[in-house]
Write a protein that binds this ligand. Structure first.
Ligand code: C5P
Length: 411
């Protein structure tokens, strides 16, 4: 495919080099069109050597080839990564004062932008309004990742990893993203529940909510109408999610269950990515528990409902239900065998299994999963997907999209 890679002038411009290399490995032709400021970060020879094509920024370079219209007309896909606040503002306004903006204005190909900038710039109403306008015109916007920015600061605004940008862009081109889930309402639980012992103490778990957030972003990018039921997720992680993802904050398992049950009748799919406490204290005291004597403390716990099981029992029509299984293995049984048994027991349509032996998942950005599904009545374990939680989420959302197609073809 003939791909134009626009590179704007941000520190993340160096990541464009990895994008070019990977796209070339996938046998695509890559024409790099940087802005003049991008060349302050990465030199044209780097882009030329990696892409095997000449690199210019100005409409008055190579005038005989009428580059300012030809590049856009010939492109089959245009990706801008990183896209700065400035280039987003220019393409929203239809400005064409350099080769990249002229290319965007001429092309009829799908345009994908991967914004990267400081959190303040990203959250500025001007940028958010430009993003909303671009989305309404069909431009595919990959939400920035949350993480370390140029300096010691961190927040939403980081350029996603090259693999994630490529996955997103190629599926935008395929038409599977966005649109694969358009018109579908997807409800996703994320984070970890907390069970109060008293007004200040709780029993909780180490889930950060990053996996569920990544799923919400991937489902949203695929065109779904998304509700995120967020159990105790750090507000910094929620900032910068697309505005039309509805966030329902919950704390305890019973609150999470109530939110999922309320959402169930109108959902096309429910994804239980939250880490749910299996037990809660029999009672929580209204005032802070006092330390008494030296005899230790015995807590009495009662079992929480299995929310997933309840959702499966109350399934509405052909609604799809996805569970997660974070498993560890032991000498007798592998983690995967435990997960397969769970799939058979829980009655879900898809089970996303990850091996959490050696503390491999909680709070980290990278993960590895296998998706277990039932194909023609047989339990099938899919290949292992490794990578960032964004990357893995796109695979889960692709599996869900396939499952919708399968259900439609058989009903
Ligand atoms: O049985 P286990 O806790 O391993 O199952 C994990 C799956 O079940 C996850 O999708 C989790 O969100 C869900 N779950 C639940 N209610 C519970 C415990 C887990 O819905 N009480």
């Amino acid at each position: 495919m003939r791909i134009v890679l626009g590179v704007a002038g941000g520190i993340a411009a160096y990541k464009a080099a990895h994008i070019i290399r990977r796209l070339r490995e996938l046998d695509h032709s890559v024409k790099v069109v940087p802005t003049a400021h991008a060349l302050d970060f990465v030199g044209a020879p780097t882009f030329e050597a990696l892409s095997g094509q000449s690199v210019t920024t100005d409409v008055f370079d190579e005038v005989e080839s009428v580059n300012h219209v030809r590049i856009g007309q010939e492109a089959e896909l245009v990706i801008i990564a990183p896209a700065t606040a400035n280039i987003l503002a220019k393409i929203t306004a239809g400005i064409a004062d350099d080769l990249l903006t002229a290319t965007v204005l001429t092309t009829t190909a799908e345009v994908v932008v991967a914004p990267a900038m400081h959190t303040e710039m990203w959250l500025n109403p001007a940028t958010q309004s430009n993003i909303a306008t671009l989305r309404s015109r069909g431009v595919h916007v990959l939400d920035p990742a949350v993480g370390r920015l140029t300096g010691p600061d961190s927040g939403p605004g980081r350029l996603p990893e090259p693999e994630d940008i490529i996955d997103f862009a190629l599926s935008a081109k395929d038409g599977s993203t966005p649109g694969g889930l358009s018109g579908r309402r997807i409800v996703i639980s994320a984070g970890g529940t907390r069970e109060a012992l008293d007004p200040v103490r709780f029993l909780g778990n180490r889930s950060s909510g990053k996996q569920g957030i990544a799923l919400a972003k991937a489902a949203h990018a695929a065109g779904a109408d998304v509700e995120l039921v967020a159990a105790n997720i750090d507000s910094g992680l929620l900032t910068g999610l697309p505005e039309n993802i509805a966030i329902t904050p919950v704390e305890s398992t019973l609150e999470l269950q109530a939110a999922m049950r309320t959402a169930q009748p109108n959902a096309d799919a429910l994804i239980m990515a939250a880490a749910v406490a299996d037990y809660r204290p029999v009672e929580a005291t209204d005032s802070k528990m006092k330390k008494t004597g030296d005899e230790g403390l015995t807590l009495r716990l009662t079992q929480n409902p299995d929310i997933l099981r309840g959702l499966v029992d109350e399934r509405v029509g052909t609604q799809l239900i996805v569970g997660f299984a974070a498993e560890t293995g032991d000498r007798a049984t592998s983690a995967l065998d435990y997960a397969t048994a769970k799939f058979d027991r829980k009655g879900v349509d898809l089970l996303v299994f990850n091996d959490v032996s050696d503390d491999r998942a909680f709070g980290h950005d990278d993960t590895a999963v296998q998706i277990i599904a039932s194909v023609d009545g047989q339990t099938k374990v899919g290949e292992e997907f490794h990578g960032t939680k964004d990357h893995v989420s796109q695979k889960v959302i692709a599996a869900l999209t396939d499952q919708f197609a399968h259900v439609e073809s058989t009903t």
